[in-house]
Structures are given as structure tokens and as C-alpha cells.
Design a protein around this ligand. Sequence first.
Ligand code: NIG
Ligand code: FE
Length: 415
Amino acid sequence: MVQADLLIHSGTVVTLAGHSAQPARGQAMSSVGLIKDGALAVRGDSIVAVGTGAEVRAAGWLGRETREINAGGKLVLPGFVDPHTHVLYAGSRENELAMKLAGVSYLDILKQGGGILATVRSTTQATDEEIKAQTRKRLARMLSQGTTTLEIKSGYGLTVAEELRALHLIRELDEEGVQDLVPTFMGAHAVPPGWSEEEYTTLIAEEMLPQVARESLAEYCDVFCEKGVFSPESSAKILRKAREVGLKLKLHADELESSGGAELAARVGAVSAEHLLRASDAGIRALAAENVIAVLLPATSFNLAQNVYARAKTMLAAGVPLALATDSNPGSSPTESMPFVLTLACLYLKLSPEEALTAATINAAHALGCAALVGSLEVGKRADILILDVPNLNYLPYHFGSNPVETVIKRGRIV
Ligand code: NIG
Ligand code: FE
């Protein structure tokens, strides 16, 4: 009998099993597959057994070479999947805090050449090594808080060369690092100074997208569809071209104003629509009808400080599958913490701890097209496992502001 390399036992194991084929929606988002006195066996980088301690031991995985971890009743979860981040950049924007507190809006800061455009300047002026060194620190903070898989969007370059450079740097960080990184091309993050929206949209469609596809640098294409940034028409043009060159689609939709973003995401067959603070009723129905995952970013609402949160409960009732992400970026959401996002999801999106956890793991994996590999603790899946110093699931969102994650196991290795 082959032996496990690692056996975790005596934990409250939350498997999130049963949602790998389809994202969980409605009632199914509450079904988290909790096993009291649970155990997990790992061999190589994969999970080979999950069940009660008695079941896993009876299956004979425990051998002389097996390393055992007694989880002592603590919570054992799949690694968090963060399906929406902008962590590849140089610099920071704490200088904008005073403006924000004085009531200047996010889009007005951008119009004045700050916001995203400020980060474009600091990033394009930085060397590859500087950008990577700063991003590594963010990735390390994410890992320590349990994020084992995440998406990273480009979008602080806004020229052909700089957008390609960003995607190359994401690839290099993916190859060298512990976490799995999913690259998204987001040249359509802002219109660069000196360009009209139409001219820049054409540049993205005619030059950037074909090159990104030729070098296989991204899996997804995303657009900031927002009044004063990219209109639904420009967004549609970019997304259609992205689909043509073989990319899957995401959309920043209805974040600051309602502009038909959710409807557009459904119309173009996007995998996910993100933000959705101001999604219309028709938009929510369209997402449900087309099976589009709503990636909700309550840390952005929190940090924009306008008390506007996505209507998660309405979406849930309509049958929209929900995922959660940090939106980690230097402006609208300077946090790396999925545990904090879980707290906000419960307090302000009114999700139950079960629904929030489903959204932060298996549904988030669906939003990144990797639900067959990660997002739940099931036999055959990657051994991305967390042990949290938390006595039960309710405690996780309840106690916030410090890091609950005690042990992170990525692809079978304790990190
Ligand atoms: O998702 N909305 C556009 N992009 C980011 C913000 C990026 C930034 O401010 O640097 C977001 O909120
Ligand atoms: Fe974003």
C-alpha cells in the first residue's frame, strides 16, 4: 500500500466538496461539506483521501514515512482563491487619502491625472526588478493570509510594450513563486493621456490583443466599463476581439455608476462580472440567465467609503453564483486579505459564513477556470490546504483584523 506523505487529522475539515463541475448558486452555496474530527491525506502535490479520522486511517494511508499534523480541532480549509487583483505595480497612493477624505471622488482623482494614471507613471518608470520585488511582498502577505491561487490583471502600462511587459512579469512571478497566478490582460484599465477613448480602443483591439494572444500571455481579458472610462460600446468591441483571439472574458461592471455593465457581461458570454455595486435588476437577471459569476469586492466598497455594497442577497436569490475577491490594488482596495473580505462579506453583503466561504474558494476557482484543480478538499485535487487557529466557521468572519491562518500547505508542501 502506498503511504501518504502528510496526514492532517483531528480538524474541523470544511471540504467544499460537490461544486467542482458547476459553481454553487442559491441554496447550494450553504453546502460546505463540514466534517467534524476530519482528516486529509496528501501524497505528492495531491489530496488522496478525505473523511473522518477513522475513515482515512482505515484506508491505510498512514505509514512510517507519513508526517502527521494534529489540527487539534482547528478549522481546515482549502486555500483561498482570490479571483480579482491588480497586484502587479510599483508605488502606492497614500497621498490621495487626504483628497478622498476631503470628498474628491475616485473618478475625479483619475480625471486629474491621479488614481490609476498615477500608478501607471510609477510603474512604467520602475525597472522589472523593482516591480517584481514590490509585488513579491504583496504575494507573500497574501500567502500568509491563506491565498494559494490568485488572478493578476495587467493595466498599469497602457502602451503595447508596457502591457506586454506586465504580462511577462506576471509569468515570471508565477514560475518562481509558490502561488498559482492566473494572468488577465487589462489594457483597457484607463485611457492614457493624449488618446481618445476610440483611438485607444482601436490600439487595444488591433495591436495589444493579437500580441497577447500570439505569446499566450493571458487567459482572460478584462475591461473597466464605467462612465468616463470605457463605454459599453468600446468595452464590447474589446471583448469581442478578445474572444476572437481566444481569451476568456471578464468585466469591471457597474462599479461606480450603473451603466449596463452586468447586461453587457451576460451578452458577450463573460465568465464573470466584477464589482456590480450598482448593477440593475435587469442586469442581475441577465447574469443569472447566462450563468455569469458575480465576483464581489466588498473591500473596495469599504475603502471607497460611500456605504454602497453590491446587492449580494438579491443576486443569490436570483440564482447568480457569487465569488469574492480582494480587488487588491493601490487605489480602491489596498488590502491583500481574504479573511478581511470574508468579514465584510458577512457584515455588509449579508452572506452567511458558509456562503462567503463558498464564494472565496470553489466559486472563486470557477471564476478562474481552475475548479477542477483547486477550491475544495477532494480526492485528486491539488493539496492547497489551510489550518486556521479558529475553533469553528462562525469565528472566522467574526474575529477580524488579525491573521487567523496558522499553516499554509501549497501543492502538498508546508510553506
Ligand atoms: O477594480 N476599477 C478599476 N480598477 C481598480 C482600481 C485600480 C486602481 O485604483 O489603481 C478597481 O477598483
Ligand atoms: Fe479591479
